[in-house]
Ligand binder design. Structure first.
Ligand code: ADP
Ligand code: MG
Length: 337
């Protein structure tokens, strides 16, 4: 591993780049989509809110794993089918992310997630044999995808779920749509996947909190502008049984909740899909492998909280990072290139 520098808590620095102020009133919309509550705040024409909601529901209609009329449902039931429009784009980028993370992100993990009860909330620890049988069908490299036609085919027993990257993907698309329609300031919270457009209306960066693993109070605040910020945490969805805690982020190598010594990973970047997929994948990979991936990448920054409560941040976030008042004594280390 490269060097980690110990730093004292940092003051927030102001960014360059957001100079103008926005005079419009905020327009807000809250609705349920993709299994989560979405809160949109935009400074601009109110009608754009409905357009963004439609953009999200159009994608959901194509890639829902439970809606019998979705394109992905057909693929999962029959082993073959075609994805169209934004769903095809989503599939292509999702497969690229699986490859980039060496399979730490695997869009064919769905049957395993279901066996643990995370899709229905009737939680259980599956038998080792059951997991072994399911894992035999988890392997994104077996997915055949034709980018020209959108045709997809999967081997018998395999099912795909794009839920681990869909919110990040659609957040970026929504932001792009808003920018093209003259919006300079917006905050889209897609169930914890945060996508910003520009800065706050007063010209300051958006300040987005990361929860403390225990207690759920804000622990870290990041200042971001025009970017996505996504957190994956073992404390977001979990159950306890016989004194053990099992969470919803799976290690595709074992079919069991990923135990990498991390309790949360937050990823910041321009590409929402990359942030969404990486937050899950880096949680699986753990600190050392994640630091190595960051060192060879130039499209994201990250904050890691370890099981001991220590915080590691990548160097590019140093001036955008602050601890909240209650967590000033947390140990913070910077991961250098
Ligand atoms: P969210 O549910 O908000 O997207 P995460 O991104 O942290 O939260 O969780 C990823 C979701 O993707 C899980 O709820 C699960 O359905 C699925 N999943 C879990 N582990 C993996 C994995 N290793 N690769 C791909 N998808 C996963
Ligand atoms: Mg995710």
């Amino acid at each position: 591993m490269k060097r980690f520098w110990l730093i004292i808590p940092l003051a927030l620095c102001m960014f360059a780049g957001c100079t103008g102020t926005v005079s419009e009133q905020p327009q807000t919309n809250s609705f349920f989509a993709m299994d989560t509550v979405m809160d949109l705040t935009i400074y601009g024409n109110k009608s754009l809110l409905a357009d963004v909601e439609t953009l999200i529901s159009d994608l959901e209609e194509k890639v829902s794993v439970t809606d019998e009329t979705s394109e992905l449902y057909t693929i999962n039931q029959t082993g073959t089918g075609t994805l169209t429009g934004s769903a095809a784009e989503l599939m292509q980028s999702a497969l690229a992310m699986c490859q980039r993370t060496g399979g730490a992100l695997d869009i064919s993990i769905y049957p395993v997630v279901r066996a643990w009860g995370f899709t229905t909330e009737s939680y259980q620890v599956p038998e080792a044999e059951t997991l072994e049988g399911l894992l035999a069908h988890v392997d994104y490299t077996q997915i055949r995808y034709d980018a020209e036609t959108g045709a997809v085919s999967v081997p018998d027993g395999m099912e795909i779920d794009l839920g681990s990257v869909a919110k990040g993907f659609v957040g970026s698309r929504a932001a792009q749509y808003l920018r093209e329609n003259g919006v300079d300031s917006a905050l889209l919270n897609l169930g914890g996947n945060v996508q910003t457009v520009g800065c706050r209306p007063d010209g300051d960066p958006w300040k987005i909190a990361v929860k403390a693993p225990r207690g759920g109070t804000p622990m870290i605040v990041l200042s971001i502008q025009d970017q996505a910020m996504v957190t994956s945490g073992g404390y977001e969805r979990y159950f306890e049984q016989d004194g053990n805690t099992y969470w919803h982020i799976m290690d595709p190598a074992t079919g069991r909740p990923a135990e990498s010594g991390l309790t949360s990973v937050t990823v910041v970047g321009d590409n929402g899909l990359a942030c969404d997929g990486l937050s899950t994948a880096l949680f699986v990979m753990g600190l050392e492998k994640s630091a190595a991936l960051w060192q060879e990448s130039d499209d994201f920054e990250a904050v890691f909280v370890t099981a001991e409560g220590d915080i590691y941040i990548t160097a590019g976030l140093e001036s955008n990072f602050a601890l909240t008042e209650d967590h000033q004594d947390a140990v913070v280390r910077v991961i250098e290139r």
